[in-house]
Ligand binder design. Sequence first.
Ligand code: GAR
Length: 198
Amino acid sequence: MIKIAVLVSGGGTNLQALIDAWKDGQFENAQLSLVISSVKDAYALTRAHNENIKTITIERKKYTDISDFDTVLSAALSEEKIDLVVLAGFLSVLGPKVLKSFENKIINVHPALIPSFCGKGFYGLRVHKAVLEKGVKVTGATVHFVNEEVDGGKIILQKAIDVLPDDTPKTLQLRVMQEGEWILLPKAVSMFCKGEIN
Ligand code: GAR
């Protein structure tokens, strides 16, 4: 059995896409075992409670030192014997302990076509604002493995999505989620469970 932990910081629509895919039987021999939030009141936690998935809150802002946050997160993952870590709107940078223990076993979803509009400071709506300010005509979503470089790990799946003339950051964000992230992230997890990516 592959035990999956999903790390979140916000609304958790990507977590919901994972829950729906799991309930639909798309994750072979796997279970969503744990949801960890770096933010206390994240709505993603409610989504996990609704499905009786165990949750832990490890508030990033409580730790001045990344290495303490890294140690606590690492202990929570090993206590639950997690095999795969999925970052679904997790807005904290991971530390070296977690990265080392889960080499090629951490998957992240990013709301743009990496290597564009990614790296430090590019998260959430900021990404879509930057896309619109630049005037690019095509953006998209990327699912990739996580390494020590922010948004720098090997790319697993990508989908291009048109930017429309009357888009706002919010309309663009929603389309990138609906047509990109909510499809690609469960697909990548399913591929991992089948041993198709490593
Ligand atoms: C998603 O668009 C995700 O790609 C993005 O935050 C949003 C979280 O939404 N992540 C990043 O920008 C990471 N660099 P959700 O909480 O509804 O899944």
